[in-house]
Design a protein around this ligand. Structure first.
Ligand code: CMP
Length: 142
């Protein structure tokens, strides 16, 4: 058992399309615990810090514009191997290539507007968590 925490966002496209409940439902059914949950609208500066690993990519400006284009829902999920389990459940970045049955495979047809984000490593989780949450927003294990 390696209990991990991971950070998931329902991105502005997912919120606009009314997919918040659908996304949360899948993670709850899987048995992951929600340790923190909130709706926020990221500033440009927060978005740039959140996606700092992509700073030099050609799509960085479009990505920051997209992720700040509307409110998002952010959550911390916890469970055994949560980082890799959640990455499997969301599917490949490009919604056109993501497997059916995954969130992106079922709901996305774009590489940018791909409904959800999830941490890809413990290091990413730490950076992403620091941008979005305060420690006191995380409930104790239950
Ligand atoms: P995410 O998993 O949140 O990580 C970085 C995000 O950048 C990704 O999902 C997409 O929303 C976006 N992204 C990744 N690759 C591309 C690309 N080639 N073109 C446009 N956006 C991209």
């Amino acid at each position: 058992m390696a209990i991990q925490k991971t950070l998931v966002l329902v991105k502005p496209d997912g919120v606009r399309r009314g997919l918040i409940g659908e996304v949360i439902r899948r993670f709850e059914r899987k048995g992951l615990k929600i340790r923190a949950l909130k709706m926020i609208w990221l500033s440009k500066e927060e978005a740039e810090r959140f996606y700092s690993v992509h700073r030099d990519k050609p799509f960085f400006k479009d990505l920051v514009d997209f992720i700040t284009s509307g409110p998002i829902v952010a959550m911390v999920l916890e469970g055994d191997e949560a980082i890799s389990v959640v990455r499997l459940m969301i599917g490949a970045t490009d919604g056109r290539k993501a497997q059916p049955g995954t969130i992106r495979g079922d709901f996305a047809l774009s590489i940018q507007d791909n409904v959800v984000h999830a941490s890809d490593s413990e290091e990413s989780f730490e950076r992403e968590f620091a941008v979005i949450f305060k420690e006191e927003e995380v409930v104790p294990p239950y």
